[in-house]
Design a protein around this ligand. Structure first.
Ligand code: BGC
Length: 351
């Protein structure tokens, strides 16, 4: 059952306290000064994914390469957080010690710097490591070695860099995924005892499977995550990577009471998870593909954001400048209707 979390009432106070402290923290490498995980989770508010760039096999393969001005654009639009999907597995040796390519690491350093220089919070994840789910026992050592390198490299960064262990685990059951988490998390914790670590359930980060996660009770620096793409036939109509999705073309989202209720139920479940587990929760992806009609996309996006806001559920829109995109890179223009669905008071682009 849904009940308002009393912590959410203290949110403005926490934000002041925390954001006030963040600038002084930015030089500190000692994580003992990191705030508790609820305050860290406030950093995840109003986010956008830089999708299709660094999780493509090679950056640029899927049409988008990150540019410094994109960070200015999202900052000016009002986003506070960037989620950066990263395909580490395409840039690490296949055999032990599974060294990550130094040039790729520098590219990620660059992206983190560009975000944090502008006061944006940033989540880096591990994206599209599909081999891990095809053969978990063979790939677990490589998965761990990647996180060992990533977490030690960034251990001195301030608390507004967060880690997300793995995007959308799939084709494995929750027991197996729980086991994999237990193996990799201590590696991250050996260098990052208090950094926010984000973890979702199997079935492509479904909300349903989130409740099957068995996170270590003693670790109080974890944030749950799930992806919201309901109804899938609407959000993924015509998506080239989803077999059969052409047949869904033309599906609208009109905001009927039944349509709204389906989304409210999901969000209420998310709040239940938060209360039951005493851990914050984050919607790391939600968005509707550009093959859906724009009025429906705007209605759906706006409804989700407003429903998240009063529940104090932080979100990150999928994504900035590709197929679900808010920004048209060729015309160098925001899709203002979609952007206003996220930020109703957004007036004119400042950059
Ligand atoms: C996947 C993308 C996909 C998106 C929506 C992401 O997690 O990495 O490839 O476009 O979900 O389906």
């Amino acid at each position: 059952m849904l009940a308002l979390n009393p912590l959410s009432l203290l949110r403005p106070f926490f934000s002041l306290l925390f954001f006030g402290g963040l600038s002084s923290m930015s030089l500190a490498s000692d994580q003992s000064s990191f705030p508790d995980i609820f305050r860290q989770s406030y950093l995840l508010e109003q986010g956008v994914n830089f999708g299709n760039a660094l999780e493509a096999p090679q950056e640029g393969d899927w049409g988008i390469r990150l540019e410094e001005r994109y960070f200015d654009l999202i900052k000016a639009a009002g986003f506070k957080t960037v989620r950066l999907p990263v395909r580490w597995s395409a840039h690490a040796q296949e055999k032990p010690p599974y060294t990550i390519d130094p040039a790729f690491f520098e590219r990620i350093d660059w992206a983190i710097d560009k975000a944090t220089e502008r006061g944006l919070n940033i989540v880096i994840n591990l994206h599209h490591y599909d081999e891990l789910f095809k053969n978990p026992s063979v790939h677990q050592p490589r998965f761990s070695a990647i996180w060992e390198q990533v977490s030690s490299r960034y251990q001195n960064r301030p608390a507004n860099l967060l880690f997300e262990l793995c995007n959308e685990p799939h084709d494995i059951d929750s027991d197996r995924w729980n086991q994999m988490i237990l193996e990799v998390l201590p590696i991250v914790r050996s260098t990052n005892p208090r950094r926010g670590v984000i973890i979702g359930g199997t079935d492509w980060n479904s909300l349903k499977k989130l409740s099957e996660l068995k996170l270590p009770e003693s670790d109080r620096y974890l944030i749950g995550t799930f992806h919201l793409y309901a109804p899938f036939k609407f959000t993924h109509q015509g998506a080239e990577w989803i077999p059969g999705s052409k047949a869904w073309l033309g599906t609208q989202w009109l905001g009927s009471s039944e349509e709204k209720e389906c989304i409210r139920i999901e969000l209420d479940h998310a709040v239940d998870w938060w209360e039951k587990n005493r851990r914050p929760i984050w919607i790391g992806e939600f968005g509707a593909y550009s093959k859906a009609d724009l009025p429906s996309r705007c209605r759906w996006t706006e409804f989700i954001v407003r429903e998240c806001e009063w529940r104090h559920l932080p979100w990150a829109y999928w994504e900035f400048g590709a197929g679900f995109g808010l920004y048209d890179r060729l015309q160098k223009k925001w899709n203002l209707l979609l952007l206003r669905a996220l930020f109703p008071f957004f007036a004119f682009p400042k950059v």
